[in-house]
Design a protein around this ligand. Structure first.
Ligand code: GLA
Length: 329
């Protein structure tokens, strides 16, 4: 028989971190949307800024930062004694329009990135516990992604980004974060090699985030617990911490089956178990409830990938991970 304990209580008892990404626009309604806030603080012991700290939303103009949404999420996490994950200091997507139009030199870009990281990571130095410093530096074929950062600084941009974050947030854990690295595949191998090179060069990196968007188009993020566990283990063996940072579980239109929510529940449970059994202690879902998922209004996937339904009722996936933690308490 299951207890009345919440997911958060069971996570705390197990020294496990269970978190959720919060989209800026839904959180801005707080406290007019008390359900989101109540669910978050009752059920999760970690919180992630899903969009608010990306360069695009954060910097409406080159010299103007708008920290309102990010402050709201970060402060909510601090006030409610949650682990706060900052996402993300450097990503090639969701950059501002003015940035894309700016004709910078390599040196100007380097100075710009340094200032950005110093400003953002510095502002939250005593509030953000974990930073996704660099997001998605490796392309799908395993080559280094030819981003603006890579073109200006070469692979050393990662070294510099982690150093700059470490300058101003020495107590935060600094992560590299990417998708399709949940199992042994060419991209995961390339990320493994990149992390090895960073460590060999003495870069201050603490961990790797496995995004885990489990969708039909991301085949390597749908593999079984043995493959996922073995891959977590090899990253751990590099000496890095590993977290599952952006999990959601969706299906394609051809995959509609009657017990889809049970299948989803089992997959969440399998991934959490693979994580815990292999030395990873954190699972973050990319949103709280189905009405807030980034997968709304898409034709190619189901739009109910999270632990709570559109009315914040717990789903079988919630019960599945709660039961797993209870069985380990
Ligand atoms: C990537 C990014 C996230 C988010 C998701 C879904 O995984 O890291 O910030 O944008 O895509 O949109």
């Amino acid at each position: 028989m299951s207890s009345e304990k919440t997911l958060r209580e069971l996570a705390d008892e197990n020294d496990v971190t269970i978190g959720a990404g919060v989209p800026a626009r839904s959180f801005r309604q707080y406290p007019d949307d008390p359900t989101l806030a109540q669910t978050l603080k009752r059920e999760f012991n970690a919180i992630t800024t899903a969009n608010a700290l990306k360069m695009g939303p954060l910097r409406p103009e080159r010299k103007v930062y708008d920290f309102d949404d990010a402050d709201a999420i970060v402060n909510f996490g601090v006030e409610n004694d949650m682990t706060v994950r900052g996402h993300t200091l450097l990503w090639h997507k969701q950059t501002p329009e003015w940035f894309l139009a700016w004709d910078y030199t390599d040196d100007q870009l380097e100075a710009f990135v340094r200032d950005h990281i110093h400003t953002v990571a510095g502002r939250y130095h005593d509030k953000v516990d974990v930073w996704d410093v660099v997001n998605e530096a490796v392309a799908d074929d395993g080559s280094m992604r030819e981003t603006m950062w890579y073109e200006a600084m070469g692979e050393a941009y990662l070294d510099k980004a982690f150093e700059w974050a470490n300058d101003v947030a020495p107590n935060a854990d600094l992560y590299y974060n990417d998708y399709e690295i949940a199992s042994d595949n060419d991209k995961a191998d390339a990320v493994y090699d990149l992390l090895q090179r960073l460590l060999d060069r003495g870069v201050p990196i603490d961990g790797v985030g496995i995004q885990m968007h489990s969708l039909p188009s991301y085949q390597h993020s749908r593999e079984g617990p043995e493959a996922v566990g073995a891959n977590i283990r090899r990253f751990k063996d590099l000496g890095l911490d590993v977290q599952v940072t952006e999990m959601d579980v969706a299906y394609g239109p051809d995959e509609e089956f009657d017990d889809r929510l049970e299948h989803q529940a089992q997959y969440y449970r399998d991934v959490l178990e693979a994580c815990l059994d292999n030395g990873c202690d954190t699972l973050i879902t990319w949103g709280v409830h189905d009405a807030g998922t980034w997968l709304q209004n898409r034709y190619d996937v189901t739009s109910d990938p999270l632990l709570f339904d559109e009315n914040f009722n717990p789903k079988p996936a919630y019960d599945a991970i709660r039961d797993l933690l209870e069985s380990r308490s």
